[in-house]
Write a protein that binds this ligand. Structure first.
Ligand SMILES: Nc1ncnc2c1ncn2[C@@H]1O[C@H](COP(=O)(O)OP(=O)(O)OP(=O)(O)O)[C@@H](O)[C@H]1O
Length: 334
C-alpha cells in the first residue's frame, strides 16, 4: 500500500491534522507510529485501516485490513463470541470457522470464561481482549493497532506481542501506536513520528530539533548517476524546497564518482524505485546490509542495470547529491 501526498482535516475550515504524508507500507513489516497526544496518530491509523478517507492525496494498493480502535464500542447487543462470530463473517469467514477461531482466540487471551457474556457486562480489560480478537481472527494482510495493549493484563499483552510477531512472520504488515516506548522494543522495522501534521521517519528531525537516535537495520545502496540525472521519487518537499527522497537517506558522494545512500531497510525498495525511475535513471552498483561485508553487486547489463543506457563510463568525477530538481514532467501536487 502507498500513501501519496495524503492530507486530512476535519471540516472544510478545520486545521490540517495531517499534511503531505508519503508512506510506503511494505508486506511483512512491523511499523511503529509515534507522536504526542493529539498529533494525529489515530487519524493516520484510521486512514491506513480504510475506515476514513483522506481529504487530499491518494491511497493505493489497499490490502485486506483489520483494525483495533483506540476506543471499542462495547455497548453492542452481542455476547463476546456472538460479536466475534459476526465480525468473522464480515471478514469473509464461513461456516463454523468464525466461531471456532473466536473461541480459540478468547482462550488464548484467557477470556474463554466470558465467551457467553454480553459485551456491555464485560470488564474494561476483557472488552479490550474482544476488540483485539476481532482483528486477529481475520488474519488480515494489514493489522492496525491503536494502543491495543492498553487495559490488557500482563499475560494478554504477551499473547498480543506473539500474535503480532506471527502476523509479520506470515507475511502480514502490522502498524501500531503505543505510548510505551518499550512496546515491541527493537522489533519494529521502521519507526515514524507525526510532528506538526507531518509524518517523519524516526531518523528525520525538524529544523532545530535534536537528531533522533538508534536506527534499525539499514541498507547501503551504491549508485551512479548519469550527468543531469534528476530523481522523480520523493515528491514531498523538504523545508529547503528540494524533493525529499524516500526514507531520508544519508547521502555520501564517493571518490570513484559513485554515491553511497544509506537508508532504513524498510525504505530501501522505495529508494531503489526512485533511483531507477529518475530521468535518466541511476545505475545501481550494489545493494547490501549496513554492517555486512559485501552486497549484491551488479555490472552493466545485469538485472539491476534497469533502463540504463545512461553510460556509466560517462559518470561525472564528483557524484551529484541526489536531491536535484524534480523531473520536468513530474506530477504536480494534489
Ligand atoms: N472526528 C474528529 N472530528 C474533529 N476533530 C478530530 C476528530 N478526530 C480527531 N480530531 C482532531 O484531530 C487531532 C488529532 O487527533 P488524533 O486522535 O488523531 O491524535 P492522536 O495522536 O491519536 O492523539 P492521542 O495520543 O491523544 O490518542 C486532534 O486535534 C483531534 O482533536
Amino acid at each position: 500500500m502507498r500513501l501519496d501526498g495524503v492530507g486530512r482535516r476535519y471540516g472544510v475550515r478545520g486545521p490540517w491534522v495531517l499534511r503531505e504524508v508519503q508512506l510506503d507500507v511494505p508486506a511483512g513489516a512491523l511499523l511503529r507510529i509515534e507522536g504526542t497526544n493529539g498529533s494525529g496518530k489515530s487519524t493516520l491509523l484510521r486512514l491506513l485501516a480504510g475506515i476514513d478517507r483522506p481529504t487530499t492525496g491518494r491511497i493505493t494498493g489497499r490490502p485486506r485490513s483489520a483494525y483495533v480502535p483506540e476506543r471499542f464500542p462495547s455497548a453492542l447487543p452481542f455476547t463476546a463470541v456472538g460479536y466475534l462470530t459476526h465480525l468473522g463473517r464480515i471478514h469473509g469467514l464461513r461456516g463454523p470457522e468464525p466461531a471456532r477461531r473466536a473461541t480459540e482466540w478468547l482462550a488464548r487471551f484467557g477470556a474463554a470464561g466470558h465467551a457467553r457474556t454480553p459485551l456491555a457486562e464485560l470488564s474494561k480489560g476483557t472488552s479490550q481482549k474482544v476488540a483485539v480478537v476481532q482483528a486477529l481472527l481475520a488474519e488480515p494482510e494489514l493489522l492496525v493497532l491503536d494502543e491495543a495493549w492498553t487495559g490488557l493484563d500482563q499475560g494478554a499483552r504477551e499473547v498480543l506481542d506473539r500474535a503480532v510477531a506471527e502476523r509479520v512472520a506470515d507475511g502480514g504488515t502490522v502498524v501500531f501506536v503505543d505510548h510505551d516506548p518499550q512496546r515491541l522494543a527493537g522489533a519494529a522495522d521502521a519507526r515514524y513520528r507525526v510532528v506538526d501534521g507531518r509524518l517523519l521517519t524516526h531518523e528525520e528531525s525538524l529544523p532545530g530539533e535534536e537528531p533522533a537516535s538508534a536506527p534499525g537495520p539499514r541498507v547501503i545502496i551504491e549508485a551512479e548517476a548519469a550527468p543531469g540525472a534528476a530523481l522523480s521519487g520523493g515528491t514531498e518537499r523538504s523545508s529547503a524546497g528540494a524533493p525529499r527522497l524516500p526514507g531520508a537517506p544519508e547521502v555520501v558522494p564517493q571518490p570513484d564518482g559513485t554515491t553511497r545512500l544509506t537508508v532504513p531497510a524498510v525504505h530501501s525498495d522505495a529508494l531503489l524505485r526512485a533511483l531507477l525511475t529518475a530521468r535518466p535513471p541511476w545505475h545501481i552498483r550494489s545493494v547490501g546490509r549496513a554492517g555486512a561485508e559485501a552486497g549484491v553487486r551488479s555490472g552493466p547489463g545485469t538485472a539491476t542495470d534497469v533502463g540504463s543506457g545512461s553510460g556509466t563510463a560517462d559518470a561525472p568525477a564528483a557524484a551529484p547529491t541526489p536531491t536535484l530538481a524534480p523531473a520536468p514532467d513530474e506530477a504536480p501536487h494534489p
